[in-house]
Write a protein that binds this ligand. Structure first.
Ligand code: EPU
Length: 338
């Protein structure tokens, strides 16, 4: 059922806890309902965008237009291939509920992505990833509604252009489609991914690498390092880890032998953790007005209470300039800035 809210408060709808408003917020259950709404609406000229759990958005002003929000939460097994089970989840389902339900069914593939805040519909957009796993690796296809033609379609995972915190939904399809459901291909065969740092060790402390133990280990690592948005406003990693040319990383490694370096998307580049660059620049735990850098993970900017989007941007700009002047690397936001 469609629910239309005029002058909608967004304070409880964004994890940064920014007090902004949207001219209109429209909740819909599925693609057919949304298509009918869009066909009949009176405000077709106003900017229209999609909001999921609001976990990766920084509002710097009120949104003067219509925000669409999926509230459909269906979850069902819809198919079996030789090795895989296909699970369909509607865009409004809480991501961690989705992970937990896959684990309860004994399905492998989503367990390392436990405890990531957000909705199923947001996962493909930034190709959420953690502890060696990425949503794109388990996405079979994405069900879409085109906002202009009002036609429904299904885009195969291999055509979603998944990259590091990136997908076609941030580029060619940005502002054109609404993700209404996602189909996942999961495995019944145990396939633990334990290569990331402390994960193997933390899992072993709990016993065998079962789905439940991996989930508990991931949840434990996350809660030790990452702030709970219900307690302190934040949007997870504020910056992406920059991809830098190999040569540049080697130069830096001579100056800073302790600098961590991870493989990049191609052999010519590597990823340097932005958290390390920010900490090394002296910003960990620092604050600028009501915006701060989290004490336990410098990649995360936090709302220390009553911060506006502009306060957060002022801090992010100051950090970006400082890191650029110290390391010659320009870090970029991972969070969407509206
Ligand atoms: N580091 C520091 N100081 C800090 C933070 C990190 O020196 O304040 C160093 C650590 O010592 C470590 C390295 O940076 O050597 C990497 O840190 P960590 O393992 O915490 O991961 P990350 O690269 O900072 C990324 C993702 C996280 C994800 C973790 C684990 C991005 C932008 N962030 O963080 O994703 O949970 O890896 O896989 O890629 C998110 O997107 O919101 C998020 C939390």
């Amino acid at each position: 059922m469609i629910k239309e809210i005029e002058n909608a408060p967004l304070l409880g709808r964004n994890s940064f806890g920014i007090d902004a408003k949207a001219s209109r917020l429209v909740e819909f259950g599925n693609a057919a309902e949304l298509a009918a709404y869009l066909a009949a609406r009176e405000h077709a000229d106003a900017p229209t965008a999609v909001i999921g759990g609001g976990n990766n958005i920084l509002f710097t002003e009120d949104f003067r237009g219509t925000l669409l929000h999926c509230v459909g939460t269906d979850f069902a097994i819809t198919g079996n291939t030789k090795n895989k089970v296909i699970v369909r989840a509607e865009a409004g389902l809480d991501w961690d509920d989705f992970v937990s339900r896959c684990i309860n069914l004994g399905l492998w593939g989503a367990e390392n992505l436990s405890a990531i805040p957000g909705t199923v519909g947001a996962a493909p957009v930034q190709n959420i990833g953690a502890y060696g796993a990425k949503a794109g690796d388990i996405i079979h296809s994405v069900e879409l509604l085109d906002m202009t033609t009002l036609k429904e379609s299904v885009l195969a995972g291999e055509h979603c252009c998944f990259g590091y915190r990136d997908s076609i939904f941030k580029h060619a399809l940005k502002g054109r489609v609404v993700i209404c459901a996602v189909n996942f291909a999961l495995s019944r065969e145990p396939s633990p991914i334990l290569g990331y740092g402390a994960l193997e060790h933390e899992t072993a402390k709990l016993g065998d690498p079962t789905l439940e133990n991996i989930r508990r280990a991931v949840t434990g690592i996350r809660s030790a390092k990452l702030p709970d948005p219900a307690v302190i406003g934040n949007a997870g990693s504020f910056f992406k880890n920059p991809l830098v040319p190999l040569r540049k990383a080697e130069e830096l490694k001579e100056r800073f032998p302790e600098m961590p370096v991870y493989p990049g998307d191609t052999p010519e580049e590597v990823k340097i953790p932005a958290g390390w660059l920010i900490e090394k620049s002296g910003w960990k735990g620092a604050a600028l007005g009501r915006a701060g850098v989290y004490e336990k993970q410098a990649l995360i900017l936090v709302n220390r209470g009553g911060a506006t989007g502009k306060d957060i941007i002022a801090l992010s700009d100051a950090i970006t300039e400082d890191v650029a002047s110290k390391f010659g690397i320009r870090i970029e936001p991972e969070v969407n800035i509206w």
